[in-house]
Write a protein that binds this ligand. Structure first.
Ligand code: HEM
Length: 418
């Protein structure tokens, strides 16, 4: 039954709510975001739906979204088996927790990420050396031309940056560990049912058909990553030294070993934060980079301008990079047209207040600074060193499918040395 004052939306039926109508609309429009946009055109900026047991309000448009992100009474997060079954039936981590527990943990994570900024930049630069060598080798093998799966280029460096953040630079050199992590994370994100599986909307299905409704798969892949992080924590504990700090895990262990630690700190919570950092940081960053290069292939004129500015090296550089990466329909003209120069005013970077790529308010992204440094260094260095072109017989197409973040259709590009 609809609660009083619940926003308007499609008619609800017993048990399924409006799951069927929404499923049909989703199929027609291709993406959840487009389906909800269609509903907003019909019902207004707030649309109330019920998919099985889950009541959802879609919020559409700049004003409503800003209000959603900044109002204190919207800072809580949903509860339910989808959010807790990955963390031993408890609410743990950062993304799906709230109140004092969340505040304390977020404060700690933000501080630690701030401390590690410089170290992270060094480790990304190192990683970059690896990517450049691989690309150069591919180009050499192809007699001056390399043909690469572009959407595959950025996963490993992103993972490596997050891994270094967690364990510290020296420990992260262990290639075997990194390879094992790569297999788990790729499996995790390759799994399209990771988000909003049927069992989330119809929780009873996990008792009737746990395979079909995606429950077993969800538990299995999350379990692999939590086990991996837990084992890493155990290994780091063996060589733990209270006077030295290798990475985030060590810093957290310092707190666990101190007398005055707050109640919310625990080893389970440490593992859950690791899970959330990989979950929230891996796809977002690697796919934004893929998207930036997709636009470079599709808009050679803008790519050329970006390269010219990188060659000049100056403050304008960061402006253009950010302009290239930041695209959203948050309220400027022709949002669907790729025009990074809209963010440059009188030769300087000018990000509109409406830009919400990293969220707004208290729930704002903790990895913003790391992600920006990572994307900036990789994007500029690769554009500086190589030329990227579309392959005429296999042109890239800017088409997305749903995922934790919108996922690009796989695309290839031709890379040559500049
Ligand atoms: C291009 C890259 C990234 C984008 C676009 C992005 C975007 C966002 C957005 C929009 C939010 C707010 C979600 C909300 O309002 O609930 C968020 C939260 C979050 N992000 Fe990011 N993010 C990126 C990279 C990262 C990285 C690299 C990390 C980890 C180091 C990370 C960790 C998190 C966490 C833990 C939260 C939850 C914060 C909270 O609930 O208080 N993100 N991110």
């Amino acid at each position: 039954r609809k609660p009083k004052k619940f926003p308007p939306g499609p008619k609800w039926f017993p048990i399924i709510g409006c799951a069927w109508q929404f499923h049909k609309l989703h199929q027609k429009m291709g993406l959840i975001s487009k389906a909800s946009e269609e509903l907003a055109l019909k019902y207004g900026p707030l649309v109330g739906v019920r998919i099985g047991c889950t009541r959802i309000v879609f919020v559409y448009g700049l004003r409503a979204t800003q209000e959603l992100l900044t109002r204190d009474d919207f800072q809580n997060r949903p509860d339910g088996i989808f959010y807790t079954s990955r963390t031993w039936g408890k609410r743990r981590g950062l993304m799906f927790v709230e109140s004092e527990f969340w505040r304390k943990q977020k404060q700690f994570v933000l501080k630690q990420l701030g401390f590690r900024k410089e170290n992270m930049a060094h480790s990304i630069e190192n990683e970059l050396g690896g990517i450049i060598n691989n690309l150069k080798k591919g180009i050499e093998d192809g007699n001056g031309e390399g043909f690469f799966q572009m959407d595959d280029l950025f996963g490993v460096p992103t993972l490596s940056a997050l891994w270094t953040l967690m364990v510290g630079y020296e420990y992260a050199k262990d290639e075997k560990e990194m390879e094992a992590l790569e297999v788990i994370v790729k499996d995790m994100f390759g799994n399209s049912r990771l988000i909003g599986g049927l069992f989330d909307q119809f929780p009873f299905l996990r008792y009737i058909c746990p395979n079909y409704c995606g429950y077993n798969e969800y538990i299995n892949i999350n379990g692999k990553l939590t086990t991996f992080i837990k084992k890493t924590v155990d290994k780091l504990k063996e060589t733990y030294n209270s006077n030295a700090t290798r990475g985030f895990i060590d810093s957290y262990l310092h707190v666990l070993n101190s007398e005055e630690k707050a109640e919310s700190f625990s080893e389970d919570q440490l593992v859950a934060i690791g899970l959330d950092l990989f979950f929230a940081g891996y796809e977002t960053t690697s796919k934004t980079l893929s998207l930036a290069f997709l636009f470079m292939l599709l808009h050679p004129d803008i790519k050329k301008k970006a390269q010219e500015e990188i060659d000049k090296v100056g403050t304008i550089l960061s402006g253009n990079l950010r302009g290239v990466i930041l695209t959203t329909d948050a309220g400027w003209e022709d949002p669907k047209i790729f025009n990074p120069e809209r963010f440059i005013k009188n030769g300087r970077l000018s990000i509109p207040k409406n830009f919400m790529g990293f969220g707004l308010g208290k729930r704002r992204c903790v990895g913003e600074s790391l992600a920006k440094t990572h994307m900036f260094l990789i994007f500029t260095e690769l554009l500086h060193t190589f030329n990227f072109e579309a392959i005429p017989t296999d042109p890239p197409i800017a088409e997305f499918r749903d995922g934790f973040v919108p996922t690009l259709r796989p695309f290839r590009g031709k890379i040559t040395l500049r």
